[in-house]
Design a protein around this ligand. Structure first.
Ligand SMILES: NC(=O)C1=CN([C@@H]2O[C@H](COP(=O)(O)OP(=O)(O)OC[C@H]3O[C@@H](n4cnc5c(N)ncnc54)[C@H](OP(=O)(O)O)[C@@H]3O)[C@@H](O)[C@H]2O)C=CC1
Ligand SMILES: O=C(O)C1=N[C@H](C(=O)O)C[C@H](O)C1
Length: 234
């Protein structure tokens, strides 16, 4: 496949290595000051850029009939617009807050645990995420997915809050430490015990591989998909 990388930072560079190992070609690398690029040179685009440009990167691909995979977080207020545009133009689009296989399994564990805990009112849930100090958004996209999935499955919670102690909300704590690639933990705490499930990324390879696998999977398809479609889980 001929791949366009929209965003050539930590993730763009890791994706490049994995894509080449898997026999693909990088035909375009778009960074901050690149404006007039020709996206139609690519078979597929992979966007790991910054929150303020993700939606315009994605729209440009859809408007030019280029399938697009986006892992950029912090732009979800525009997600429904991207979905509508994709349907209108019969494009192909996948957004995931986290492309790693491990985290997508963790998402399923989180939903199952939330269903099991739903009737156990003595436990209070919280979410913690830890990332490197260059991260622009908080909470992480993955923490938002985890909290929203708990809200869907657990009858006690209707909203999440960042860095606040609210007994009726899911409290999310976001820590920024050195070069941490991404750690997420869900904790249920009662007077008598604590249950924690945790995912720790050791590096960025898992995110990057998942994004390349999603790009391979979407070729020839039209529609809006998720990583559950790609990995056939959930
Ligand atoms: N879904 C997932 O699995 C994962 C998602 N992410 C998310 O991916 C995004 C990128 O992460 P990461 O690579 O670590 O961040 P980086 O900051 O390392 O890379 C972002 C890159 O985007 C570039 N950029 C800035 N403006 C534009 C523009 N207009 N068009 C294209 N690119 C632009 C930046 O350039 P410059 O530095 O010159 O400003 C930078 O090179 C983040 O939102 C992060 O949360 C990260 C890991 C996994
Ligand atoms: O910015 C990062 O690095 C990461 N961002 C994603 C997120 O916001 O959830 C995924 C991963 O945790 C790394």
């Amino acid at each position: 496949m001929k791949i366009a990388l929209l965003g050539y930072g930590k993730m763009g560079k890791t994706i490049e290595q994995i894509a080449i190992q898997r026999g693909h070609q990088i035909v375009l690398k778009v960074d901050k000051d690149d404006r007039d690029y020709d996206i139609t040179k690519a078979d597929v685009a992979i966007d790991f850029s910054i929150p303020s440009v993700a939606f315009s990167n994605i729209s440009n691909c859809i408007n030019n009939q280029i399938p697009v995979i986006s892992g950029t977080t912090g732009w979800l207020e525009d997600y429904n617009k991207a979905v509508t545009l994709c349907k209108e133009k019969q494009g192909a689009f996948i957004y995931a807050s986290n492309f790693s296989l491990g985290v997508n399994i963790f998402f399923e564990l989180n939903k199952t645990l939330a269903r099991m805990m739903s009737n156990l009112k003595q436990y209070k849930v919280s979410v913690e995420e830890i990332h490197h100090t260059q991260k622009l958004d908080a909470p992480s996209g993955t923490a938002i997915t985890l909290a929203n999935d708990i809200i869907k499955e657990h009858s006690n919670y209707k909203e999440w809050k960042l860095e606040e102690s609210d007994k009726d909300a899911i409290n999310i704590t976001a820590k920024r430490i050195d070069d941490v690639p991404g750690t997420h933990a869900i904790t249920y705490e009662s007077e008598v015990d604590t249950i924690t499930i945790e995912h720790v990324a050791h590096n960025r390879q898992g995110f990057a591989l998942g994004a390349v696998v999603a790009a391979e999977w979407i070729m020839g398809k039209t529609g809006v998909f998720t990583m559950n479609d790609v990995l056939n889980i959930g």
